[in-house]
Design a binder for this molecule. Structure first.
Ligand code: SF4
Length: 641
């Protein structure tokens, strides 16, 4: 039986287990990436392991999230990252060199490699035929230490693309259409693999856009084949030697199929506050807007900037609209400048920002109170933009540009524009002037740490009898943004656990942290897809710091589930979903961890209601053992003692 592209990538990296659906498999990750928001904690974790150098083929640290330097905290983090990466043999990019996923695609990702990143959109690398997987920082630290990364062998969904994108309906609409069809839960435990004749009509950054937002379906990753189009991209990046062809075998077998005729795609828009809340643009056309953000790791490529510039050419941004552009990298910025595009955009009234994630997660450019913001990024969770009352809509760069001109949500096809043709340059401008290459040898210079970088908290083993109060009961699709907030006020304190813990669940319940601290031992009850969205491990670490011992949910998002294990919180799943109704905030629950075994049903006691509820564990025995000893760092210490 032949192999799919995804199976070929996994097979090449497989070091433990058999590639059978649902089996637990260990993969050696050849590359790692981190960014400043997750990286500080990741490198503290790596440091705690006592190794002198990373064991990967390549590790890169990007500084692209916490860029605003309003006080000492963010620049202290940047300095820490530059010091510690030099010591451990990791490339570091200086602040605002570009968004990690765009930069990694341009300079480092290779077809056939396996890349683990402490950011859920590491899947972006699927655009060049690499296996990109997002994970919590501790899993990335483990990969840097040469440890395998474990996942359940996912199902492989064949996404057959036919036809060609219509004029002014760009690649973002492909992934919005998939989200419309399968929802933010539809990709869980799946890899989305793109095939079909339509693939040859898409260039690498269009493919990366589609892979990037595959993260929003919950998919483990997304992948395109590496073909002649990919080779041209590597040649233009001066890296043709990094290219290899990776195509699916003709007799490859897939678990399910999604068909998309791109010629029939409409201009689509994701309404607040979930990326799968997708409707045709015409359903909301005419709604007045306050703000447009061009950029984010989904749509900050050269093609995106050129499309925006062509639509705005000779026109100005509407007087009611504040519009800003974040190019994805210095390469994108320099190429745009070479073409005179940045001048034109400035003359059109677009604010030109630095090359970083920017407003996507609220690091500046927050909308006004109750503001309507159109964004080309991948996420629109409530409060993520920094303004809780704002409504964020996700669109393609073309819809964003047309709407910026009219001051109202607009389908670009209503502006009477010609098709936007784009050819990748024969040779991109290569700029690595802000890449810091590490010392050849382990460097014993002291690492400079600011006062906001606090040591990792230590947790005790869970003990056999756990009793705790239900601190909060939440519905489906709770994101890590709900658990630990984004925004310029909160992101700089992510490496200070006692501080960030004060804001756990703030978006839903301001009193959570206070109550949790008072109770000392707590349980969270949740609906489906708990922990959706970003990979931030603080969404497990900070609740654990506040005494949360278990989360009982209808289902979990993959990365968050792994983070709960890493920080010693027991994840349990309702056997019968109707039992969700049997819990209320304030109920006292007891668990006997000694009885927790892989594959064995397990009873949770609701002592307040005198009920016994059957639940299951989604974990393997190894993972259960890690949770019981208080998390992965404790487990490593025990293993190495
Ligand atoms: Fe940056 Fe937004 Fe992409 Fe996260 S989702 S990597 S914050 S651009």
């Amino acid at each position: 039986m032949g192999l799919t592209v995804a199976e070929k990538l996994i097979n090449a990296a497989l070091v433990d287990g058999e590639m059978k659906k649902g089996n637990r498999i260990g993969i050696r990750m050849s590359q790692t990436l981190t960014h400043d928001l997750t990286g500080v904690m990741t490198y503290l974790e790596f440091e705690a392991m006592g190794l002198k150098r990373v064991k990967t083929d390549l590790s890169v640290s990007y500084i692209d999230h916490n860029i605003l330097q309003a006080d000492f905290k963010n620049p202290d983090d940047h300095r820490f990252l530059m010091d510690i990466t030099n010591k451990f043999g990791i490339i570091c990019t200086k602040p605002a060199s570009g968004i990690c996923h765009q930069l990694h695609l341009e300079r480092f990702a290779k077809p056939g490699t396996s890349i683990i990143g402490s950011d859920s959109h590491t899947v972006n690398a699927g655009g060049v035929g690499a296996l990109g997987i997002g994970a919590g920082g501790l899993d990335v630290a483990m990969a840097m230490a040469g440890e395998p990364f474990y996942i359940k062998m996912p199902e492989i969904t064949k996404v057959v693309l036919t036809g060609e994108l219509p004029p002014l309906v760009s690649a973002k609409n492909v992934i919005l259409e998939i989200l419309r069809r399968i929802s933010v839960k539809g990709g869980i435990n799946c890899i989305l693999e793109y095939t079909g004749p339509g693939v040859a009509t898409l260039n690498v950054t269009e493919r990366a856009t589609i892979c990037n937002m595959g993260a929003e379906t919950g998919a483990t990753t997304s992948v395109f084949p590496s073909d002649e189009i990919t080779r041209q991209w590597f040649k233009a990046q001066g890296r043709e030697q990094d290219w290899v062809a990776i195509l699916p075998d003709e007799d490859a077998v897939y678990d399910s199929v999604i068909e998309i005729n791109m010629s029939e795609l409409d201009s689509l828009i994701a309404l607040p506050h979930q990326p799968d809340n997708v409707v045709p643009v015409r359903e909301v056309a005419g709604m007045a807007i306050d703000q447009v953000m061009f950029g984010g790791c989904t749509n900050s490529s050269l093609q995106d900037v050129l499309s925006i510039a062509k639509i705005l050419d000779g026109k100005t941004v509407h007087s009611n609209v504040d519009a800003a552009l974040y190019c994805g990298s210095r390469q994108v910025m320099l190429e745009s400048m070479r073409r005179g595009v940045i001048d034109n955009l400035m003359c059109s009234g677009v604010r030109i920002m630095e090359m970083f994630c920017g407003a996507c997660n609220g690091m500046g450019f927050a909308p006004p109170t109750n503001g309507i913001s159109l964004r080309t990024g991948p996420r629109n969770f409530i409060g993520r933009c920094g303004t809780e009352s704002a409504n964020v809509y996700l669109v393609s760069p073309e819809v964003a540009a047309a709407s910026a001109i009219r001051g109202r949500i607009t389908d670009p096809r209503d502006l009477g524009l010609a098709s936007l043709r784009y050819e990748i340059p024969a040779r991109f401008i290569i700029d690595e002037s802000m890449f810091l290459k590490p010392s050849e040898q382990y460097d014993d210079k002291p690492i400079r740490r600011g006062p906001n970088i606090r040591p990792l908290p230590e947790f005790e083993a869970l003990g056999e009898d756990i009793s705790g109060e239900v601190l909060i009961k939440v519905e489906d699709d709770i994101t890590t943004d709900h658990i630990v907030p984004a925004g310029a006020n909160f992101m700089p304190i992510r490496c200070n656990t006692p501080e960030i813990a004060k804001y756990v669940f703030k978006v839903i319940d301001e009193s959570f942290a206070e109550r949790a601290k008072k109770v000392g031992s707590g349980i969270v009850i949740a609906g489906h897809n708990y922990g959706q969205g970003s990979s931030r491990e603080q969404a497990a670490l900070a609740p654990r710091y506040l005494g949360v011992k278990a989360v009982i949910a209808k289902s979990f998002a993959r990365i968050h589930l792994a983070n709960l294990v890493n920080f010693g919180i027991i994840p349990l799943i309702f056997t019968d979903e109707s039992d969700f109704a049997a819990f209320e905030q304030g109920d006292v629950i007891s668990l006997d961890t000694a009885l927790l075994q892989e594959g064995t049903p397990y009873i949770v006691r609701n002592r307040s209601k005198n009920l016994e509820i059957k639940v299951g564990s989604p974990l393997s025995q190894d993972e259960l053992d890690i949770v019981k000893v208080g998390g992965r760092l404790n487990w490593i210490k025990i293993r190495n003692s």
